[in-house]
Ligand binder design. Structure first.
Ligand code: GTP
Ligand code: SPV
Ligand code: MN
Length: 650
């Protein structure tokens, strides 16, 4: 058995020593967080066949990993919120008694690191030393997790030093759940292959995260969804701040006025793209602060101040092109880990809709050969000479739909460095937010942009959000619309009704509620009867952001409808709209997506009502809890539901 190393912090020692005894690794390595150490781990993985080194001329310090076919996305069905009471996890979460869960999972962890190295990763969520920042210690037997955490969070000695002798942290334990017998050769992507052997468990009251059996993304990089959303949302509720599934961006107008905007869209619904978008509108500049998670704290002046707790981008690869998101592609030029994309013969990477011609032959995400399509140089198929129609009919993609890049934020050409470092006017407060956007993938009904009439109405809009399920989760419902309140459905660390109440509390407890951000609902994904997108999206979304800024300044009127304030088509700036370009605004479509589809909205509102009724349902086993008046959808939201329903009926 490995000897537990010494740590200055007694709580760190206790956490590592406990898991050393249970998991019995061969060796323990404490991550220092240096570039040299990072690259040495990557090279060790190359030797073991777990990484492919990409061409150092075109992709310096970049590597490709291929996951096991069963381990390609988050597993919501195996994600648990283990609060003491079931009702505190709420109706949207899987729950198990925490004592039972710990017993059950401890059995899985027994000897699970045999033949492997246990890594101890000290990490910070946020700039080290910032008052909003939180700290964690992740124990893992996955070197893939170590190098991804190095990019996605601030790791190593600096964190350990900051923790000092008695600093607090969120303890995280992770294992791929694949111990090695003596002499047994490791596989390229170790994991527990059966879905029921995987567990992604949060203990909100203990502030602990236990993950077992998966090595992918949000299941394994525990700083991300498990900590920065599930555990942090609970901390935030208890302490009066917010942890949200939101990008953060800085927008500068031609008059040099700065705006800070956050946006909550569900997984694979456009956060990374909006966060680093290149505005089509002349004179407007956009900079990135974060692309996935925002922590917002109320200031003494009533405004909400935000930081990005992360340090990199775990972005969706397919669809990322020089046309759609040049800044994301540039962020992947060096020091990036690619997972489940295509390998080209010259040691580079490729994916669908990258806007780059496919190589004649490559290696697909499963490690099989793939070939350029016969009649479309931008597609690849599993056999030589296949036509586009044949490939489409087969459902084949060469890069997995949830293939990802893990890129350092510092690579992003438009990073707002001060904001990213948590600074505003040189003070470590985070940036003051002017507007909050909600959104989702909605082929019908939901207009391009809709402004809330009040904070409460905005909270209602967020609570009513729905979206098509995407490949970011392993699900048999991909493509179907589901309710996804505030884009947080998979990430609530507590009861959804209490979460809604917490949003309402932010207004009640604000030092000056008139300074809270204005709230909008956007939809870049309306489709015509022929299946085409009716809005070009991407850089053209700057047209919507400009309208939002003008509304904040009181410079433009809106169409006040029963569902909210919608732009008049004439007020959407169409400067630089090149009708010959691949993406451009079609005026007739614009008018259509700014209309209120009354019949569609009646159905929409009924669906929202039905979701509220679901959220109000109480666990049946516990009769005491079943009768509780608490943990219900707040009356103020029910009232807006009723008001909108009545207004639509007129
Ligand atoms: P997560 O990392 O899973 O949280 O996803 P995300 O919200 O950051 O989504 P991302 O920006 O990576 O976009 C996911 C997919 O949506 C990509 O394939 C994009 O090309 C596509 N997409 C993003 N923005 C737009 C848009 O404005 N219009 C259209 N049509 N597609 C978009
Ligand atoms: C998401 O699914 O919202 C992601 C990817 O950002 S993951 O980190 O896998 O959760
Ligand atoms: Mn996300």
């Amino acid at each position: 058995m490995a000897k537990t190393p010494k740590f200055a912090n007694a709580k760190v020692f206790a956490w590592v020593d406990k898991w050393n005894k249970i998991c019995t690794p061969d060796k323990i390595v404490v991550v220092k967080g240096t570039k040299k150490e990072h690259l040495a781990i990557c090279e060790m993985m190359v030797k073991k066949g777990q990484f492919i080194k990409l061409n150092p001329k075109t992709r310096p310090d970049c590597y490709l990993a291929r996951s096991h076919e069963s381990d390609v996305a988050r597993v919501e069905g195996r994600t648990f919120i283990c609060s003491k009471k079931e009702i505190d996890a709420g109706p949207t979460n899987h729950w198990m008694d925490p004592v039972e869960m710990k017993k059950l999972m401890t059995k899985s962890y027994k000897g699970c690191m045999k033949g492997r190295t246990m890594y101890v990763i000290p990490f910070a969520m946020g700039p080290i030393g910032n008052p909003i920042t939180q700290y964690g210690i992740e124990i893992t037997d996955s070197p893939y997790v170590v190098v991804n955490m190095n990019i996605m969070t601030r790791t190593g000695d600096a964190v350990m030093k900051h923790l000092g002798k008695d600093g607090s942290f969120i303890p995280c334990i992770h294992s791929v759940g694949a111990p090695l017998k003596k002499g047994q050769k490791d596989v390229a992507w170790p994991c527990a292959k059966k879905i029921e052997d995987k567990f992604i468990t949060q203990f909100p009251e203990d502030g602990e995260i236990w993950s077992f059996g998966s090595g992918y993304g949000g299941n394994a990089l525990l700083g991300k969804k498990c900590f920065a959303l599930r555990i942090a949302s609970k901390l935030a509720k208890d302490q009066g701040w917010m942890a949200e599934h939101m990008l953060i961006l800085t927008l500068t107008s031609p008059e040099k006025k700065q705006y800070h905007v956050t946006a909550a869209f569900p997984s694979a619904c456009g956060k990374t793209n909006l966060a680093m978008m290149l505005p089509k509108l002349p004179g407007w500049k956009l900079q990135t602060i974060g692309d996935d998670i925002a922590w917002l704290k109320p200031g003494d002046d009533g405004r909400l101040y935000a930081i990005n707790p992360e340090n990199g981008f775990f972005g969706v690869a397919p669809g990322t092109s020089m046309d759609s998101n040049p800044n994301a592609l540039k962020s992947c030029k060096k020091g990036t880990i690619f997972t489940n994309v295509v390998l080209t013969p010259d040691g580079d990477i490729w994916w669908e809709d990258m806007g780059i011609k496919a190589p004649k032959q490559g290696v697909d995400w499963k490690g099989n050969p793939c070939y350029v399509c016969a009649d479309d140089p931008y597609r690849m198929g599993p056999k030589p000479g296949m036509t586009k129609a044949e490939i489409k009919a087969s459902g084949y993609v060469a890069a997995h739909k949830n293939s990802r890049f893990t890129a350092p934020a510092e690579n992003c050409p438009v990073l707002d460095k001060a904001g990213f470092n948590g600074l505003f006017n040189k003070k470590p407060t985070g940036v003051p937010i002017d507007a909050i956007l909600f959104g989702g993938r909605r082929p019908s009904t939901i207009p391009l942009v809709n402004e809330a009439k009040s904070w409460t109405h905005g909270v209602f809009m967020g609570s009513a959000a729905g979206s098509e399920v995407t490949a970011a989760v392993i699900s048999d419902q991909i493509g179907q619309v589901r309710r996804d309140p505030m884009a947080m459905l998979p990430f609530f660390g507590y009861n959804v009704c209490d979460y809604f109440q917490h949003w309402l509390e932010m207004e009640r407890t604000s030092a000056d509620a008139s300074k809270l951000p204005k709230i909008y609902f956007v939809n870049w994904f309306r489709k015509g009867d022929d299946g085409r997108f009716m809005w070009p999206g991407f850089g053209d979304n700057s047209r919507v952001l400009k309208w939002i800024c003008q509304r904040i300044e009181g410079q433009v009127k809106a169409n006040e409808t029963p569902i909210g304030n919608i732009p008049f088509a004439k007020d959407i700036d169409l400067a630089n709209n090149d009708e010959k370009a691949k993406f451009h605004v079609v005026k007739a479509d614009l008018e259509e997506i700014l209309k209120v589809d009354v019949e569609g909205w009646k159905k929409e509102i009924a669906t929202v009502g039905a979701s509220y009724d679901e959220y109000d349902k109480k666990p049946s086993k516990d009769s005491k809890e079943a009768n509780l008046a608490a943990h219900r959808v707040p009356k103020a939201l029910r009232q807006i539901l009723a008001d909108v329903t009545a207004a639509l009926a007129k």
